[in-house]
Design a protein. Structure first.
Lengths: 365, 382
């Protein structure tokens, strides 16, 4: 029988508490050795709370000699240095997204892991959602006919209670909505439709802040030819929270909040009908469990993980390109209401919010 | 005072008014804006700007002192639960005075005269009275604290806006939701005084309060200066929807009749359905009474046995909204707070603000509605 993978979790913030710990507890192939947090009380509280038998330490370097692998859930800006430390010590790494703040840093981690022949997996849990796998099948098996375009929206009042509050600090988070949830979206759509070959990006950062809203129009060039897509995220407004893929024969829809099913919409005769598809068999519990399972199997079999460092580099390069070429979303209500605003500006601002302009694609990548 | 080259400290900065204050300060080119942030997860709107997010709590003076830093201008929009309004304001003022703050704009409310202000409260000279409403009475008590600090030398200005509306305002977003759900009625023909205060008009008044020493130690009503009724306000929002929803009329007498004689609250809770009992408003009404699952099940089986009409009356008595709009013939009955708000007869006068500090509402109702419409489209409400 294969020995269990001895694991340390770095960072005891919100995602560790809510997702990683339950996944680790439920996985027979993982032995949790330590919880690491600069605030040892936070790690201790988790151990007490979940009845764990692992130890709590303040510095991950103390436990690297006792583990085979680490799960890195530190705040974004600490990912690179800790990944390099752990890989340097010969440990496999599953790193929460984003792998790094910059593409160059993500590349350095990925190259280092390859040189050391270690597994570097990136936490893109949505790849392991049943609906994600199912949609990939639906598209590639031609159930929708030829793919036309897609619309992906995710929005609601931001309510992520991060323990360290790093989310609104550009230096620590690397950006706002695009980095935070946008990486999931981009990772998914690239997985489904192929590399992005053109884009048009705008967000609502007023300057040296982090965006709460963005509109991103993209063009993929992949095995379905050219596919155009619209992506929108909001941390301030409720949106449709779904992806809708339109094909010549039918459309497929995934609700962000129902990660199990894909709904197919089509017309039979004149009537609009819908059909819910669900995988009959799927391993494990949550997407985080399957992500951990994929990591463990990659270590034990010496195979590539589902999401490796190069895929993260690709997404981060696109994000950097978006930020480098961004336009600001027009907010005519904010301009007209300002001190220098006037009735005439108010009239001038009467047309068009930012969203409609995202349709223009420009090949910049 | 010249506030434009100062560090400005904003409380309530993650809220609707405070959020717009931060934006306006940025647009005015203020060198630094420090925002008091109680719940960091609510800061997404202001985190878009180079605003300094300062964790703190109006209830904890030391945290306020640190958050204030070296700011010499305070715009106090912060609130918290009703019972903490007075102490939070007192803490803010004590910390401001100790730090040598040169101006405090205190955002009060015209509701210091009650949800339905009595005739005679058109001007600021009308005496404050106890209204029995926790929010109104605490906001009135907070004004007294502010004036006390004013007497002791802290430069303070009190603004009393009424229905503050504009982009991001719940008055518009909730109304859109309610219109879609068929949960709106014209109370008394929609003739009630709405006293709209467009958020940028309010901030214009804040700027005047910062600049004009004649405003010190005064309280000012701030509205758009137009006699906009609730009917006008509701109809302007109805017009944005396609198809335009059907909104019926209801009189206060009819509302009273529909509620019937009030039974004891606890007895009422037992009679209410589980769905009703889980409703947020209902929970807020009961507050302290624990609702066990068993009690709710019992209540549910009882209510389920009642005829539909009687069930509907029970639901209406508690002013609880349905989970979703249902095509029903039953008439929509507004809840008590909505009834009180939309039954106002007083249009507040802004003459004092005009005379003392030259306030003139820049954005009128029609123009403001255009901006709200654009924003509602952007925010995916339309």
């Amino acid at each position: 029988m294969t020995e269990p993978v001895r694991l340390a979790i770095l960072g005891c913030g919100a995602i560790t508490r809510s997702e990683h710990i339950p996944a680790v507890i439920a996985h027979p192939g993982v032995q949790l050795v330590a919880l690491v947090d600069t605030d040892p009380a936070r790690a201790d509280a988790l151990i007490q709370n979940r009845g764990l038998s692992c130890k709590a330490v303040a510095d991950y370097r103390e436990v690297l000699g006792q583990v085979d692998a680490v799960l890195n859930a530190l705040p974004n800006h600490l990912h690179v240095s800790s990944n390099l430390d752990c890989l340097g010590a010969g440990k496999h790494v599953l790193c929460e997204k984003p792998l790094a703040i910059t593409a160059a840093e993500a590349r350095s981690c990925t190259e280092f892991a390859a040189a050391k022949k270690l597994v570097l997996a990136v936490g893109m849990n949505r790849r392991f959602a049943a609906s994600h796998c199912l949609l990939k099948l639906v598209i590639s098996e031609g159930l929708l006919g030829s793919i036309q375009d897609y619309d992906f929206q995710y929005g609601g009042a931001f309510d992520w209670r991060s323990a360290s509050g790093f989310y609104f600090d550009r230096a620590k988070a690397g950006g706002g909505a695009l980095v935070d949830f946008g990486v999931h979206m981009l990772d998914s759509v690239i997985d489904w439709f192929g590399p992005v070959t053109g884009f048009d990006y705008q967000d609502d950062d007023w300057g040296s802040g982090v965006e709460a809203n963005f509109f991103l129009g993209v063009k993929h060039t992949g095995r379905f030819g050219d596919t155009e897509g619209q992506l929108r995220i909001s941390r301030t407004f409720g949106l449709k929270n779904r992806i809708l893929v339109r094909g010549s024969e039918a459309s497929a829809e995934i609700s962000v909040h129902d990660p199990e099913v894909v709904v197919i919409h089509r017309r039979i005769g004149g009537a609009a009908v819908s059909q819910t598809l669900r995988l009959e068999k799927i391993a494990g519990g949550s997407s985080y469990w399957r992500q951990l399972d994929n990591f463990v199997q990659s270590i034990q079999r010496g195979t590539q993980p589902e999401v490796d460092g190069w895929q993260a580099v690709r997404v981060l390069e696109l994000i950097e390109n978006c930020y480098a070429h961004k336009r600001r979303i027009e907010e005519p209500w904010a301009e007209a209401g300002s001190e220098t605003g006037s009735e005439s500006r108010l009239e001038a601002g009467a047309e068009g919010s930012g969203g409609k302009q995202a349709a223009a694609h420009e090949a910049r990548t | 005072m010249n506030w434009r080259n100062q560090t400005v400290f904003v409380t309530g900065a993650t809220g609707f008014i405070g959020g717009r204050v931060c934006e306006r300060m940025m647009q005015a080119g203020v060198p630094r804006v420090r925002a008091l942030v109680h719940g960091m997860h609510r800061a997404a709107r202001i985190a878009r700007m180079p605003v300094e997010l300062c964790p703190g709590d109006l209830q904890e003076r030391e945290s306020l002192r640190q958050a204030l830093g070296d700011a010499k201008v305070v715009i106090h929009c912060g609130l918290g639960p009703s019972s903490t309004i007075v102490r939070g304001t007192e803490n803010m003022l004590a910390v401001a005075q100790a730090a040598g703050v040169q101006r405090v704009i205190h955002v009060s409310t015209a509701a210091v005269y009650g949800i339905t202000p009595p005739p005679g409260s058109e001007s600021e000279e009308a005496p404050l009275r106890q209204t029995g409403d926790a929010y109104c009475d605490n906001k009135a008590a907070a004004e007294k604290v502010v004036l006390d600090y004013g007497k002791r030398g802290l430069p303070v200005v009190i603004l009393r806006p009424s229905i503050v509306w504009g982009p991001y305002s719940a008055w518009s977003t909730r109304l859109m939701d309610d219109l879609r759900a068929g949960q709106v009625a014209f109370i008394e023909g929609g003739r009630g005084a709405c006293n709209t205060t467009y958020v940028d008009n309010l901030i214009d008044a804040m700027v005047l309060g910062l600049e004009d020493d004649r405003a010190l130690n005064h309280a000012f009503f701030i509205t758009d200066g137009e006699r906009v009724t609730w009917g006008d306000f509701i109809r302007a929002h109805m017009a944005l929807l396609d198809p335009v929803p059907d909104v019926g009329e209801i009189s206060r007498a009819e509302i009273a009749a529909s509620r019937g004689p009030s039974s004891g609250l606890l007895l009422g809770s037992v009679k209410a359905a589980a769905r009703v009992a889980r409703g947020k408003e209902f929970r807020q009404m009961l507050m302290q009474i624990p609702l066990t699952e068993a009690a709710m099940k019992k209540a549910w089986s009882y209510v389920s046995s009642l005829p539909a009409q009687k069930r509907e009356r029970l639901r209406a008595r508690f002013g609880v909204r349905r989970a979703a709009a249902k095509p029903t013939r039953a008439r929509f009955i507004p809840d008590a707070v909505t009834e009180a708000t939309q039954s106002a007869t007083v249009f507040f006068s802004i003459e004092k603000a005009r005379k003392v500090m030259g306030y003139e509402p820049r954005i009128q109702f029609a123009g403001g509605m255009k901006l709200v419409e654009q924003w509602l489209r952007y925010a995916a409400y339309l």
